[in-house]
Design a protein around this ligand. Structure first.
Ligand code: BYC
Length: 349
């Protein structure tokens, strides 16, 4: 928030800790400053006053996004040991590591809102917070890695580029870097699928089969239709979201159709046709029953994904303990710090 008046009314004092939650006793002046900042397309920063509901909705969306990034590592990591060449293996390992990095930026963004990483991971592991529906589908063949890059990362970019203009500063800034990396991911997926599509008959069929399976779940990534989207209207008023779910879904379809033609692959929708009057492609009905079912935990891989995530967290406990011990050892005033020990004439080896 840059406006002088808004600054005065809404910022906490320098040096003061960011409030864990906005007080119910906020003044109308603070609300007005917040509304003015959002209307003026200014960024809301962690130390600015913000409505409780805005904070909660951001935590909900950012947490879901962060969880998606780290759960999203699983389906692709499934193919690291079986990548068809050293080059493909190196690329895939880099991509999966990028997803871990995205998760970290996003958990950090949520932390600026006063919500700790432990709390968010606990909510993921106990099923109280969601992750993207898309990662509950299996990666059956090598071509699925290409299809995920092209379609899943493509859908992610379409959704996330507008989030670079999200009203909350830390989330918007995290998205800038994430989108650059997702853009590389999308291209590698496209290039990998192109190689398969132009390969042997069996490779072409494998690529087509992967696209057949990933197309509809990719369209579901954008969320329910606008008339069933509970958060869109408020999120758009707050400029967390800049476009509705259906708008972004349509944008994605329009981008994909010519790309599929260049790939020599067919999108599995007989109703896909250019509509001159709308200036967009029409497409067939999405199976929303399947979407809600996956959200309820009944997708093909929900159980496997969350079990693996819990196991990874438990097996990583020693790393967290070691990091915490190291941080404590190097904290100012620690009697076990090497430099402190040296001052006392103790061995520091
Ligand atoms: N999956 O009111 P709505 C990635 C939930 S992965 C699961 O429209 P909103 C990547 C929604 O949370 C992509 N749940 O919600 C990683 C809400 O439930 P709650 C991750 C979904 O928030 C690795 C309810 O349905 N991207 O990038 O206005 C490799 C009603 O929905 C889904 C993000 O998370 C879904 N698909 O809009 C490759 C982007 N859709 O919370 C790629 C940031 C909806 O009330 N998030 N729900 O229990 C967003 O932009 C928005 O949160 C959404 C949903 C567009 C997803």
């Amino acid at each position: 928030m840059a406006t002088a008046a808004a600054d005065k009314a809404a910022r906490t004092e320098p040096g003061e800790a960011a409030p864990p939650a906005a007080s119910a006793a906020h003044t109308a002046e603070q609300q007005a400053a917040f509304d003015a900042a959002v209307a003026a397309d200014e960024r809301i920063e962690p130390r600015d006053w913000m409505p409780d509901a805005y904070r909660a909705s951001l935590v909900r969306q950012i947490a879901q996004h962060a969880h998606s990034e780290i759960i999203g590592m699983q389906p692709e990591a499934n193919w690291i040991t079986r990548a068809p060449s050293l080059r493909r293996k190196a690329i895939l390992m880099a991509k999966v590591q990028d997803e871990a990095g995205h998760g970290l930026y996003l958990y950090s963004a949520a932390e600026t809102l006063g919500t700790g990483r432990d709390e968010l991971l606990d909510k993921l592991h106990s099923g109280r917070q969601k992750y993207s529906s898309i990662f509950n589908y299996p990666t059956l063949t090598w071509a699925d890695v290409g299809a995920i890059g092209w379609l899943v990362d493509g859908a992610a970019i379409t959704n996330q580029v507008p989030l670079c203009r999200c009203s909350y500063g830390p989330y918007a800034r995290a998205m800038v870097r994430v989108c650059k990396e997702e853009s590389f991911h999308q291209r590698q997926g496209y290039e990998s699928l192109l190689a398969l599509s132009r390969g042997t008959q069996a490779q072409h069929e494998m690529a087509q089969d992967a696209v057949n399976r990933w197309w509809w779940p990719s369209l579901m990534m954008f969320g329910p239709p606008d008339d069933e989207s509970s958060h869109s209207e408020q999120s758009m008023t707050w400029k967390i979201k800049r476009h509705s779910n259906d708008e972004l879904r349509q944008r994605f379809v329009d981008i994909c159709v010519p790309q599929a033609e260049s790939l020599g692959l067919t999108l599995p929708d007989p109703d896909l046709v250019w509509n001159e009057a709308r200036g967009h492609y029409d497409f067939g009905p999405i199976d929303w029953t399947e979407f809600w079912d996956v959200l309820k935990g009944n997708g093909p891989c929900n159980e496997q994904r969350i079990t693996q995530r819990r196991r990874a967290h438990e097996e990583g406990a020693w790393v967290r303990d070691a990091a915490a011990a190291y941080a404590a050892k190097h904290a100012p005033g620690s009697t076990t710090r090497p430099d402190t020990a040296a001052q006392h004439g103790e061995a520091t080896a």
